[in-house]
Design a protein around this ligand. Sequence first.
Ligand code: ZN
Ligand code: ZN
Ligand code: ZN
Length: 177
Amino acid sequence: MITNSRVAYQQHDHLRCQNAAMHQARTLCARDEVRLTPIRETVLTLIWQSHRPLGAYDIIEQLSESSGKRVMPPTVYRSLDFLLARGLIHRLATLNAYIGCPFPGSAHSNVFMVCRLCGSAAECSVDAINSAIIATAARTGFEIESQTIEVSGLCPACQVDAVGQDGDQETNQDSAL
Ligand SMILES: [Zn+2]
Ligand SMILES: [Zn+2]
Ligand SMILES: [Zn+2]
């Protein structure tokens, strides 16, 4: 299993995550000979401001604020499409939001453990889940184009916080395959 759960759910030096993500993005774009234009780079930086998925509306607002002029939604959506296509970000359908991929450029499945209290999302890639999905698709004659599994619950830090409150540590599972 590969995952970034250790950093996603804990206090850490997030600048390292951001620097690593931007370095990987530049390297992959150079390798594939595609342009990481300033707007694409800025959108990716905004998405990497935390481990919480960010909605397109928030990105548009923040961009408009920092640039001092109204940024048009299509501009942002074009950048998001580019980043999605390059595997630099993923879209979480249930939240209608975007999150940076900590391991772009590697073949992996997208399983997200999203904390319903703090909103942090860790990405995991698990061989057993991948093979189960591939086998299921094969049995149904289905051709997989993309897969994203979103699991909702409480991260380790929020489980501690939740003790003595509602005691509700139930985990819901949503799949958008
Ligand atoms: Zn981080
Ligand atoms: Zn990923
Ligand atoms: Zn949490």
